[in-house]
Ligand binder design. Structure first.
Ligand code: ASP
Ligand code: MG
Length: 419
């Protein structure tokens, strides 16, 4: 019988009461004879609290020790969920990421899964046990403990589903599916019944927090049937699937936003043939993810390069560039925070001209300054001042005809945006 992999996020296991509810759900599935593997995140805001603790003892905690600390969060929730299931008479075993055979590379804080040795899990399933696996963690071949980056439990679940050739990977969360925009920001956002892997990957990369980007990459690569649904209400959720199985009638399917963008400008770089490769090579060696890049002429001998990064990597990017000043040969480096990125995403936009024009016109009409732009076949992104981002997302959502009439109340319990 096909294996079912389920993942429950932090809010779904935020309290003992909620853990009991998850246990009920899993017990019901198990009683229907389904082999189940369940991945859980740390309870509620545990990971944030652990990061805060680390900050109190160290201004720059070693990445290895950070992983040692953060992995404890998931260990609490797997043990409690296993106890709650055992209490119901269900045969169950909780496993840490390393016990479950999840092998990663050695980049602490954002390790990538290299492979999963599923023997331990399969052994448990063969004995009829429910297997609970700690999300977001693994170990290197040398035995060091690693984490997969914030939100990484989704990736644990999808990778397990791929390795076990599961019939489905269900991501249970606090929203009912994937929306055309963050419903906390756009009350008129609507839930999508389905979305292609490509579109979901863009949305995830662009800051739609509902799925960890690497989980979508992994699902796409291994063709894992993936569904995002609510652990609180019984609703069908959103299926993420191959584009060829879908009918897309809209050019723009969703508006994403990322509130944490920083921009770095490196002015007056000597214009040598290897300049760009050196600059971005240095950033790559420091494991900094560069997003948009704009190059322009400074004068006859020099160029300016501006690029955007996630705000939490901004300071570090600046420091790395400053540390290589001699070698890079530039005049000045400028650092700007307080920015956001808004993006329109849709596989259908390749074949329809005018999407970019409409996006720029919408922002311009609202008096919002566009600081950087990037495009791909299925998305257009603009970096804008953060204090205008909420307005921008709402305007774009209406302009592209995505507003759902009478949907004011959908998920609109809070309009606060994480700052
Ligand atoms: N607990 C981790 C985090 O908060 C992993 C996850 O929730 O997916 O980022
Ligand atoms: Mg998440």
């Amino acid at each position: 019988m096909g294996i079912v992999v389920q993942k429950y996020g932090g809010t779904s296991v935020a309290s003992v009461e909620r853990i009991r509810r998850v246990a009920e759900r899993v017990a019901a599935l198990h009683s229907r004879g389904k082999p189940c593997v369940v991945t859980v995140s740390a309870m509620g805001k545990t990971t944030d609290q652990l990061i805060e603790l680390a900050r109190q003892v160290s201004s720059r905690p070693p990445a290895r020790e950070m992983d040692m600390l953060l992995t404890t969060g998931e260990q609490v929730s797997i043990a409690l969920l296993a106890m709650a299931l055992a209490e119901r008479g269900v045969r169950v075993r909780s496993l840490t990421g390393w016990q479950a055979g999840i092998i990663t590379d050695a980049i602490h804080g954002k390790a990538r899964i290299q492979g999963i040795d599923t023997r331990m899990i399969r052994g448990c399933l063969d004995r009829g046990e429910v297997v609970i696996v700690a999300g977001f963690q693994g170990k290197t071949p040398e035995g060091e403990i690693t984490t997969l980056g914030r939100g990484g439990s989704d990736t644990t679940a999808v990778a397990l589903a791929a390795a076990l050739e599961a019939e489905v990977c269900e991501i249970f969360t606090d929203v009912t599916g994937v929306f055309t925009a963050d419903p906390r920001v756009v009350p008129r956002a609507g839930k999508m019944e389905e979305i292609s892997f490509e579109e979901m990957l863009e949305l995830a990369h662009l800051g739609a927090g509902v799925l960890h980007p690497r989980s979508v990459e992994c699902a796409m690569k291994y063709r894992v049937p993936l569904v995002v649904r609510s652990s609180f209400v019984e609703e069908p959720g959103t299926w993420v699937k191959e584009a060829k199985d879908m009918e897309t009638t809209r050019n723009v399917r969703g508006i994403a936003h990322d509130m944490h963008v920083a921009r770095i400008k490196v002015l007056g770089l000597e214009n040598r043939i290897e300049t760009l490769s050196r600059l971005f090579g240095i950033l790559g060696d420091a494991h900094i993810n560069v997003d948009m890049i704009v190059q322009s002429e400074h004068d006859a001998e020099r160029i300016d390069v501006a690029f955007s990064v996630s705000e939490d990597e901004g300071e570090m990017a600046k420091e790395v560039i400053e540390a290589h000043r001699e070698e890079l040969g530039y005049l000045k480096v400028l650092y700007e925070t307080g920015l956001a990125k808004v993006s329109a995403v849709g596989a259908g936009m390749v074949s329809r001209p005018g999407v970019a024009a409409k996006m720029f016109a919408t922002l311009t009409d609202a008096g919002i300054r566009i600081k950087m732009v990037s495009t791909s076949e299925i998305k257009i992104s603009c970096v804008i001042p953060r204090d205008r981002a909420v307005e921008a997302v709402r305007e774009l959502h209406s302009a592209f005809g995505l507003d759902v009439a009478g949907a004011e109340m959908v998920g609109a319990t809070t309009t606060k945006v994480r700052e």
